[in-house]
Write a protein that binds this ligand. Structure first.
Ligand SMILES: [Zn+2]
Length: 297
């Protein structure tokens, strides 16, 4: 790293979020000479899978995160040490649906946004952060911890020069995919229209799509490093496996704070920006990607 290398801080709620939602973009930034710092707010101790022998799930997931970070080329990993609030989602839950666990002290959902933001802001200052990534205001799919990360990030960049990009999913793409899947008679029951309506955000001018096809192999290796969460032939957020894998080739961000636009400039300079979706978007063939690892959520 040179003294002038731009710095991307990727703020995430749980181990594996970094790989699924931003893994390809992280690899792209590293390839372009950026220093990437991964900040994970919880150790994901409420994730799928039992504690393994004497190793609690949270400890195992921290190890998995370090392995995934190494695959992605992340320079530094910071755990903020909050408790996972558990998957208590979404009834459309815009502001994050509270779960019994999320109200317990120690969880990220129960943490004071200003306090966590102060920690993140100090870290951003130490690193000389150029850009920060977080999640859209629905936490991509309504998870309370993700919504909290959205709030923390928005607070963290206040009064700084740091650019802010919020990971999301493009609902228009999801609708096109669903239409195509239904037309083929594929598993419509697993993917009701109500699901499409509550994942990600509507397409808009502030949204950018990052093509991570060249980075996909490393992204999938990073996803697979979270082996406690990998279950083959399952689905993620209700999406059929083929569709989920199709989506992994693209990472969407809402440009919340463009600033000097250095992060967007990097994406543009490396041909990383994908064109806006059209009605003719390709729909995955039956079984496509079925051999690849899928997370349960
Ligand atoms: Zn998560």
């Amino acid at each position: 790293m040179t003294a002038t290398a731009p710095v991307l801080v990727a703020l995430h709620a749980h181990p594996d979020d970094e790989a699924i939602f931003t893994g390809g973009t992280i690899v792209r930034a590293v390839e372009a000479g950026w220093r990437v710092v991964l900040v994970v707010a919880t150790d994901g101790d409420q994730g799928a899978g039992p504690d393994c022998g004497r190793t609690p799930l949270g400890a195992r997931r921290r190890d998995e995160t370090m392995a995934a970070a190494a695959v992605l080329g992340v320079a530094r990993v910071v755990f903020l040490g909050h408790g996972d609030s558990g998957y208590g989602v979404p009834d459309g839950g815009r502001s994050g649906t509270a779960t019994a666990r999320s109200l317990q002290s120690g969880t990220l959902a129960a943490a004071h946004v200003d306090g966590v933001a102060a920690v993140v802001r100090r870290l951003m200052g130490d690193e000389g952060a150029t850009a920060l990534t977080s999640y859209d205001d629905n936490g991509i799919y309504g998870h309370v911890d993700h919504v909290q990360v959205h709030e923390i990030a928005a607070r963290s960049v206040e009064g700084t020069e740091c650019e802010l990009y919020e990971a999301t999913l493009d609902r228009r793409v999801l609708r096109v995919l669903r239409t195509g899947m239904v037309a083929r008679g594929l598993l419509p029951d697993l993917w009701p229209p109500s699901l499409t309506a509550r994942l990600g955000v509507e397409h808009g001018p502030a949204m950018v799509a990052v093509d991570v096809t060249p980075q996909l192999d490393r992204k999938l290796l990073a996803v697979a490093a979270h082996s406690s969460q990998v279950v083959e032939a399952s689905s993620f957020m209700g999406l059929p496996a083929g569709v989920f894998h199709h989506l992994l080739r693209t990472e969407w961000f809402r440009v919340a704070r463009r600033g000097r636009g250095r992060f967007l400039g990097m994406l543009e300079a490396t041909d990383g920006l994908a064109p806006a979706p059209t009605e003719s978007a390709t729909v995955p063939a039956p079984g496509q990607g079925a051999a690849r690892p899928v997370l349960t959520g």
